[in-house]
Design a protein around this ligand. Structure first.
Ligand SMILES: Nc1ncnc2c1ncn2[C@@H]1O[C@H](COP(=O)(O)OP(=O)(O)OP(=O)(O)O)[C@@H](O)[C@H]1O
Ligand SMILES: [Mg+2]
Length: 392
């Protein structure tokens, strides 16, 4: 007798963003390259190494870094401790340093110590225990804008405590390759510039990835190959983004289930596409600070009500101030506002361009590439309200 299944999914969690798949088609050589760089540290030939992963969103950077982390843990035992930090969530050097010390010792550092002291305690701990650390700084673009001195400190650990040799390896994961030009010569000179580029996936590569990911998530007979093709094709239109392709597949499965259909078909992907703006992840918004959320909210409001493609920074500043009052928070100053605009732009949440060259009174225009303003407004409003409520 045929079993009646309630869902096309064998295990929908296999398509969740936090799941780390075992197999990583088209990224094995990148992982191997990274292993080669750090193997010297693992087997004691060198004390530390610095490596950069550079690539667009959804090209498997985080995934490969997670595999590397596991490799280091398995291979080096307790001798080299991998420390993974998502710099979108841990924004300040202080948070990063606290995470570092908590990863190497159970003794919580009591409040009242300066960051300098905590950093030194971290280095001393490595030295005393004759261990090393590999610090993985994921999505760390903004450190190169706002915290160059911190990068200097990390890369010159031996200067913080001259009695210790440096035992801190660094893996920076960033999106753009202009980061080096932002550093001052001293910081730049101290960094080993080993770069592993993650190119955008091609259509065929995406298809291979989807085949493997769907085998884990769906029953074999519950999804058509054509469905995967349409998902890969749709994602191709948005910069070959694997995250988007996987999200589409997941949503397509949900839609099939909702309609009580037994097979996920191309049309389900198309329906999913209408519901899913590309590269949009609410998780990313949650990592923003309150004022950044209010700023982004203001930009979305302006663009949604005006029907225009861009707004000026002057308009944005004005609306941000009004909204700060509305949400009962003290607005930040002009300079800080500019910093926040840069942060949002670095994260790809907004675009920023100078208005027509040669024109008098040039200004900066802000756009919202590929994110529906109304969805942003709705999500941010909820988040801002929750955050304000939690504070009172
Ligand atoms: N080669 C691959 N094989 C299987 N799954 C993949 C592969 N590449 C990416 N993915 C999946 O695609 C999604 C996006 O990958 P990942 O998070 O690593 O991208 P990223 O480069 O870190 O993007 P961002 O810059 O936005 O953080 C994840 O769910 C990941 O598991
Ligand atoms: Mg990532």
């Amino acid at each position: 007798m045929m079993t009646v299944r309630k869902s096309v999914f064998k295990d929908p969690n296999k398509l969740s963003l936090s799941y780390i798949p075992q197999r990583i088609p088209h990224r094995e050589t990148k992982l191997q390259q990274l292993k080669d760089y750090f193997d010297g540290v693992l087997n004691g030939e060198i004390n530390y190494e610095h490596v950069f992963i550079i690539g667009n969103s959804g090209t498997g950077k985080t995934l490969v870094a997670r595999h590397l982390e596991r490799y280091v843990r398995d291979k080096a035992g307790n001798k080299v401790i991998p420390i993974y930090v998502n710099c979108r969530l841990e924004r300040s050097p202080g948070n990063i340093i606290r995470k570092m010390i908590n990863s190497v010792t159970m003794n919580t550092v009591s409040r009242g110590y300066s960051l300098e002291e905590i950093y030194n305690a971290f280095l001393r701990h490595l030295s005393d225990g004759d261990i090393k650390a590999l610090l993985i700084l994921d999505d760390s673009d903004h450190l190169f804008d706002n915290h160059k001195d911190f990068i200097y400190k990390l890369s010159r650990a031996e200067e913080a405590s001259p009695e210790f040799m440096s035992r801190l390896s660094l893996l920076f994961i960033v999106h753009r390759d202009d980061i080096f030009s932002k550093l001052d010569p001293w910081t730049s000179a101290g960094l080993h510039k080993n770069v592993v580029y993650f190119e955008d996936y091609t259509y065929n590569e995406l298809l291979d990835i989807l085949v493997i990911r769907s085998q884990e998530a769906f029953y074999e007979e519950s999804i058509l190959f054509e469905t995967l093709q349409v998902a890969a094709d749709t994602a191709t239109a948005y910069n070959f983004n694997a995250r988007y392709a996987i999200e589409l597949l997941y949503k397509a499965g949900l839609i099939a289930d909702r309609r009580r259909e037994k097979i996920v078909k191309p049309e389900h992907v198309r329906l999913a596409r209408n519901e899913t703006p590309p590269s949009f992840s609410l998780e990313e918004l949650k990592g923003l600070q309150l004022h950044e959320k209010i700023l982004l909210y203001s930009i979305a409001e302006l663009l949604s009500s005006s029907g225009r493609s861009f707004v000026t920074t002057g308009e944005v500043e004005k609306r941000y101030r009004e909204n700060a009052v509305y949400f009962h928070v003290k607005p930040v100053g002009h300079t800080w506002l500019w910093k926040m605009i840069n942060v949002l732009s670095t994260f790809g949440l907004i675009s920023k361009r100078r208005s027509g060259a040669g024109q008098r009174g040039k200004t900066t225009l802000i756009g919202l590439p590929s994110f529906p303003a109304n969805l942003l407004i709705k999500s941010l409003l909820e988040m801002i309200r929750d955050e304000r409520r939690a504070e009172v």
